[in-house]
Design a binder for this molecule. Structure first.
Ligand code: NAD
Length: 340
């Protein structure tokens, strides 16, 4: 069996991270036929767009992709390619995992959180305009029953399939009564169909504080788009940083796997950043393809390398300036060595 997978290296540190993940995935013995597709700022000159149609066509045909991060210009320039891919393919669910590993300098042991983030609407609908240029601007926040039902159902189905016991809906319904009021009402309705899974809700600011103080009281968080984006970075911080947090985007028939973090452009080409988030996103992809044993082997090897603490990148050293930190490639080598 050879799996045909769209491979998007991305930009910034993306290409070196995706290369490392690709080597680890191939070291499992599973066979892949990679359909490499370029997207991002670097292809603008050639195609006139950062997201050529052929990239989306490839994902549609293959049904599965592994993607590196892609830079979005801040304040001006083209809109996010990452958001565009999610919207174009209706990848409505963004799954982001945060689990502590032995050997990492963290405040809490035993954090094991799943953020299920709505991926297609909220403030990311991108409906915004200047009211008075330079003085006032408006953005429209869209929350619909359909998208909320889809995301909350996804969270409960994920909880059921993965032996999770609690789903928490995160919102700001006290202030955003129309949009988050709808999100919370629909979440409560969907929750009623899953009596085997506990359900509660938290206002987002309180949620942020509780995650910092008592993260082990929570399990699966289901959030509108923006709160999910922010809280998933917070959760990554609880378990060792963005370098270790994997993610995936699911539609009804398509899945795109990518780390939670961005392109960290200041480190591009330096063989410096942590490949674990991209490697574990690849392991999630293997599980999605039904290759559970191979996925588990990758995760065990990652945990082994982290626990030993020797062949790890700078971000996993107690002192970030530790001269014994290894590079992206060397950390992938250590993971592969432990797998064989
Ligand atoms: P970032 O995630 O790139 O970096 C934030 C911080 O985390 C930086 O200090 C960086 O050094 C560190 N970091 C990130 N990845 C790391 C890794 N693998 N190992 C060690 N440290 C790591 O976020 P940012 O700086 O806000 O964004 C940079 C660019 O990435 C922006 O253009 C943003 O729009 C884009 N972005 C893309 C995605 C995506 O492709 N899905 C997601 C988030 C941000």
């Amino acid at each position: 069996m050879v799996y045909r997978v769209t491979l998007i290296p991305g930009d910034g540190t993306g290409p070196e991270l995706v290369a490392a993940a690709r080597r680890v995935l191939e070291a499992t013995g599973i066979r892949f036929s990679w359909d490499v597709q370029e997207a991002g700022a670097d292809v603008m000159d050639r195609y006139g767009t950062p997201l050529p149609d052929k990239v989306l066509d490839s994902i549609r045909v293959n049904g599965v992709a592994l993607k590196g991060p892609i830079t979005t210009p801040i304040g001006t320039g083209f809109r996010s390619v990452n958001v565009a891919i999610r919207k174009a393919l209706d990848l409505y669910a963004n799954l982001r995992l945060a689990r502590t590993m032995k050997g990492l300098p963290v405040c809490h042991d035993k954090v094991d959180l799943v953020v299920v983030r709505e991926n297609t609407e909220d403030l990311y609908a991108g409906i915004e305009h200047d009211v008075i240029p330079g003085e006032a601007a408006e953005s429209i926040r869209v929350i619909t029953r359909r998208a909320t039902e889809n995301i909350v159902r996804f969270a409960f189905e994920y909880a059921r399939a993965n032996n999770r016991h609690l789903v928490t809906a995160v919102h700001k319904a006290n202030i955003l009564k129309a949009t988050d009021g709808l999100f919370l009402r629909v979440a409560e309705e969907v929750a009623a169909a899953y009596p085997d899974i506990e359900f509660n809700d938290r206002i987002v600011d309180n949620m942020a504080m509780q995650l910092v103080q008592r993260p082990y009281e929570y399990d699966v968080l289901v959030c509108p788009n923006l709160f999910g984006d922010i809280l998933s970075d917070l959760c990554s911080g609880l378990v060792g940083g963005l370098g270790v947090a994997p993610g995936a985007n699911f539609g009804h028939e398509i899945a795109v796997f990518e780390p939670v973090h961005g392109s960290a452009p200041k480190y591009a080409g330096q063989n410096k950043v942590n490949p674990i988030a991209t490697i574990l996103s690849g392991a999630l992809m293997l599980s999605h393809l039904g290759e559970i044993e191979a996925a588990a082997r990758i995760e065990t090897a990652v945990r082994g390398v982290v626990a030993e603490g020797k062949s790890v990148t700078y971000d996993l050293k107690p002192d970030r300036n530790d001269p014994t930190a290894v590079g992206t490639k060397e950390m992938a080598d250590a993971i592969i060595a432990l797998m064989s």
